[in-house]
Unconditional design. Sequence first.
Length: 258
Amino acid sequence: MTALFGVPVDAAYHLVYALTNILTPVLGGVAAVAGIVVFTAAVRLLVMPLSFRAMRGQAALARLAPKVEALRKRHARQPERLQRELSALYAREGTSVLGSVTPLLAQWPVFSVLYLLFRSPDVGGGPNRLLSRHMLGVPLGGHWLSGASVLSAQTGVFLGVFALLAAICWLSARVARRMSAAASQQAGPAGAPASPAGAPGTTRSLGLLTKVLPYITVVIAAFAPLAAAVYLVTSTGWSVAERWLFVRGTLRERADRS
C-alpha cells in the first residue's frame, strides 16, 4: 500500500470494521458484506454533488456539440481565433471542457482508498480482518479460482457476483445512451451529434468502445478479492442510480418548459 493512502485506508478500515461489529448481532455471517455496502453507499452519498456536477457538465458539452463543430469548421485555419470563440461560447453557457472531468477526478482519491482497503491483506501494521470474513462461505479475501475447482461453491459465488456486476454494467450502458439522447434532444433539431462524413469506421469504433468500456469493471473484479468485487457492485450500481435520476430530472425539466 502506498504511503499516500496509508492513513485514509486505515481510517476507512476501522470504520468498516466497526460497522461489521455493529451489524453482526443482526446479520451474522454477512455482516462484513453489509458493512462494505453501507460504507460504500455512505461515501457515494457524500460525493453525490460532485457526480451530478460532472453529469451536468457532460450534458452541457453534448448540448453544445453542434455549435462547437460549427466553430471548428468556420475557424479551421485560425486556431487562435477558434480557441477564443470556444472560450467565449463556454463562458456564455457557464461550462467548460473541464466541467465534466474535474468533479470526477476529485472523486478518484476516495474510490482509490476504498479499492485499496478491499484488496490489501495488511492494514495499519496488522492483518486486514475484513478479508477473513465470509460471504456464503467464501472468504472476502479470496480470489476467483484461487485453489478452487471450476465446480466449487467458491466459483459459484464469484460467478454470481460477476453476473450481477455484468447486469449492472449493461444497465449503465443503457442509461448512458439515454443520457446522451436526452442531451442531444435538448439541443434542438440540430442537436443530433454530427457523424463525420466519410468516416463510418471511426463511428463504428467509437460505438463499439462505448459498448465495451462498462464491462471492464467485470474484468477488474475477476482479478480482485471478493470484498473488492462487492465494493464494485455497490459503487457501480450507485452510479447507475445517479445517472437514472439525472436523466429523469432532465426529461421532467424539459416537459415542464414545454
